[in-house]
Design a binder for this molecule. Structure first.
Ligand code: MN
Length: 194
């Protein structure tokens, strides 16, 4: 098996009360693990590409010489593994603010407050399952994307910086249908921004 769960950098309970312990445990041990298992299964069929970094596979998905169904599996499950690996890293109970990122955000969206509002509104209005992304292009310009399913900004040549999982599995146990409340709470555990 090529990929395995990355270590969670904190306890399941660390993000309480904003993200509850049970959700963290299921999200990490069940949902993330399933993406990994299915990614490994499709890569087992294609040993010629399995050694390429996952980011490279996602960035060059269209050019891979494999069946369309297997490209879709890499997009969904490779995306799922990549996205969740970043998601765990950018959260913490203690803030670790990236001041350069704050400055860039203020430059692009006038204020951090306005950026959070735009990002939150995109999350609340995304139909179905997906992620909201802050990503940067090759010129290091920042962009916001609302993307369906487990699509990664890497698919479009952008590097993900901040991702918010708005799949129901990320919040339903605690917040049920109140996605906007989950998003409002989540800013408290996003370590990169004050
Ligand atoms: Mn998820």
């Amino acid at each position: 098996m090529k990929y395995s769960l990355p270590q969670l950098p904190y306890a399941y309970s660390a993000l309480e009360p904003f993200i509850d312990t049970k959700t963290m445990e299921i999200h990490y041990t069940k949902h993330h693990q399933t993406y990994i298992d299915k990614l490994n299964a499709v890569l087992d069929k294609h040993p010629d590409i399995a050694d390429q970094p996952l980011e490279q596979l996602l960035a060059n998905l269209d050019t891979l010489q494999i069946p369309e169904a297997d490209k879709t599996a890499i997009r969904n499950h490779g995306g799922g593994h990549s996205n969740h690996s970043l998601f765990w890293q950018i959260m913490d109970e203690k803030k670790s603010v990236d001041q350069a990122l704050v400055t860039s955000i203020e430059h692009e969206w006038n204020s951090l407050e306005n950026f959070k509002k735009v990002f939150s509104d995109m999350g609340a209005s995304l139909f179905g399952s997906g992620w909201i992304w802050l990503a940067q292009d090759g010129q290091k310009k920042l962009h916001l994307h609302a993307m369906p399913n487990q699509d990664s900004p890497l698919l479009h040549g952008h590097t993900p910086i901040i991702g918010l999982d708005v799949w129901e599995h990320a919040y339903y146990l605690k917040y049920q249908n109140k996605r906007a409340e989950y998003i409002a709470a989540w800013w408290n555990v996003l370590k990169l921004l004050p």
